[in-house]
Design a protein around this ligand. Sequence first.
Ligand SMILES: NC(=O)c1ccc[n+]([C@@H]2O[C@H](COP(=O)([O-])OP(=O)(O)OC[C@H]3O[C@@H](n4cnc5c(N)ncnc54)[C@H](OP(=O)(O)O)[C@@H]3O)[C@@H](O)[C@H]2O)c1
Length: 295
Amino acid sequence: MALSAGGIPVTMTCPGTILITGASSGIGAALSAAYACDQTTLVLMGRDEERLAQVSAACRDSGARVVTVAQDIADIGGFLEELSNLDAQWRFDLAIFNAGIGDTRAPSQQIETPQQILSLLDINLRGPAVGASLIAERMIARRQGGAIALISSVAAFVPLPMATGYAASKSGLNAFALSLNAALRRHGITVSLICPGYVDTPMSARLDTFKPFQMKPDAAARAIVACISSRRTFAIIPKPYAIAYFILKFVPARLAVWLSSKFSLDASPYRSQGLPIADLNARAAACSSTKSDNT
Ligand SMILES: NC(=O)c1ccc[n+]([C@@H]2O[C@H](COP(=O)([O-])OP(=O)(O)OC[C@H]3O[C@@H](n4cnc5c(N)ncnc54)[C@H](OP(=O)(O)O)[C@@H]3O)[C@@H](O)[C@H]2O)c1
C-alpha cells in the first residue's frame, strides 16, 4: 500500500489540492508531512519563511507539489486577499485552518491584557472564521463539494482562568464551525471541527504544567487526517479527553468555575505577538474610547 511521508495510506490523504495554515511548526508541519505524496499540491502558510522552507523541502521529497506563502493572519485584509488569489489559482479541495497562538496570563499578571485578548481573537477566531467563509463561498460557486477543517482545542470546554482569551477564541471557533457545517451540508461541503488535548509542540512547550495524555504531533496529525477523511463533524482527540468532555456536561457551571479557579500554571513569554504591539495598543485604545463615548 502506498504511504504518504507521514506514514498514512495515500487513499486517505489525496484530496488533491490542500491549504494548511500554520504549516511552519507543530501540528501544521506534521499535517503537511501526512498529506505529502505525489498526488497532492500543498499550499503551506505560516509567517516564518525559514521553517516553512524546511517543511516544504520535506514534502517535496515525498513527491508533493508545494507552494509556500508567508502571511500574517492578524492582517485580516491581507490574509483574505492572499486566500482569494491562492484559491483562484489552486482551487482548494481541502482547507485546514490550523494556525493559532496559545497566549496565557504571565505569572505576574492578574488577568490577560486587552492587547493579548485582541491578538488571540484575531488569530484564533476572526482569521479562521473569515478565511473558512471565503473558501466556502468559492467552493459553493464551483459546485464540486470540498472539505474544510478547523483545529480548535479542548480549551473550548472548560473555564481557564489563566487563558480567558484562548478559551473564548476556541469556544467561538467551535460555534462557528458547527454552524458553518449546517450551512454547507446541502452543498456537499464537509466541515470538520477537531479539538485536540495537549500536543507536544512549541505552543505547549511553553506551559510548565502536567500535560495528561500529551500526543506527539505526528500522532495528532494522523488522528486529524482520519477525522477529515471520514468526514467527521466533530472530534476530540485523544479519546480520554472525549470521555472527559462527556462527563463535564453533567458538571454544573458553578462547580466547574470553582474547580478551575484553583488551577494555575506558569508559561514562558510568548514568542509571537500576532499584530505589532503598537497596532494592538492603538486598537485597544480605540475600543476604550468607544466604550467611554457610549457611557
Ligand atoms: N499544542 C497543543 O497542545 C494544542 C492543543 C490544542 C489545540 N492546539 C491548536 O493547534 C493549532 C496548532 O498549534 P501548534 O501546537 O502546532 O502550535 P505551534 O507549533 O506554535 O504552531 C503554530 C502555527 O501557527 C502559525 N501562526 C501563529 N500565529 C500566526 C499568525 N499571526 N499568522 C500566521 N500564522 C500564524 C505559526 O506560524 P509561524 O511560527 O511561522 O509564525 C505556526 O505555524 C493551534 O490552532 C492550536 O490552538 C494546540
